[in-house]
Write a protein of this length. Structure first.
Ligand SMILES: [Zn+2]
Length: 140
């Protein structure tokens, strides 16, 4: 299953970022999946718990959004959105277009639980955790 290895490399990325921020848990993983990536969001959803089990991302919720398809027209140089089966220029209707995005897997957002290391502010806040966001892009 292709999606299983995709989830594995996604998990590696998530773990790397979590380590970098000193996080102790991962709350939510927001993925944008391009319609032209050939990946099945449903299969990614079912593969994710299998690879995340026993890791820092074990309880993380995987949220998948469809990424937009964008093309640049080679005739009029306009950038526009397109649909998966009609990669036409939105400005002039030409079909000499180059794909800008829509075939990628993007780790759009990551919500991390990070223990608050700043003791000077500890009395002002009741929470001991903060949520930070990080962004990474993966092309598949
Ligand atoms: Zn055009």
């Amino acid at each position: 299953m292709h999606e299983l290895s995709i989830c594995q490399s996604l998990l590696n990325q998530v773990e790397g970022i979590a380590r970098q921020y000193g996080a102790r848990a991962v709350g939510r993983v927001l993925l944008q999946v391009g319609p032209l990536s050939g990946l099945e969001p449903a299969l990614l959803q079912s593969a994710w718990p299998l690879v995340a089990a026993g890791t820092i991302a074990e309880t993380a919720e995987l949220v998948i959004e469809a990424a937009a398809i964008r093309v640049r027209c080679l005739d009029c140089d306009a950038e526009s959105t397109a649909t998966a089966n009609r990669l036409l220029c939105g400005a002039c209707g030409g079909y000499h277009t180059r794909l800008l995005s829509g075939d990628e897997l993007l780790l759009a957002r990551l919500e991390l639980s990070i223990p608050d290391a700043d003791s000077a502010q500890a009395k002002d806040v009741s929470a001991t955790e903060s949520t930070r966001e990080a962004s990474e892009t993966t092309h598949v």
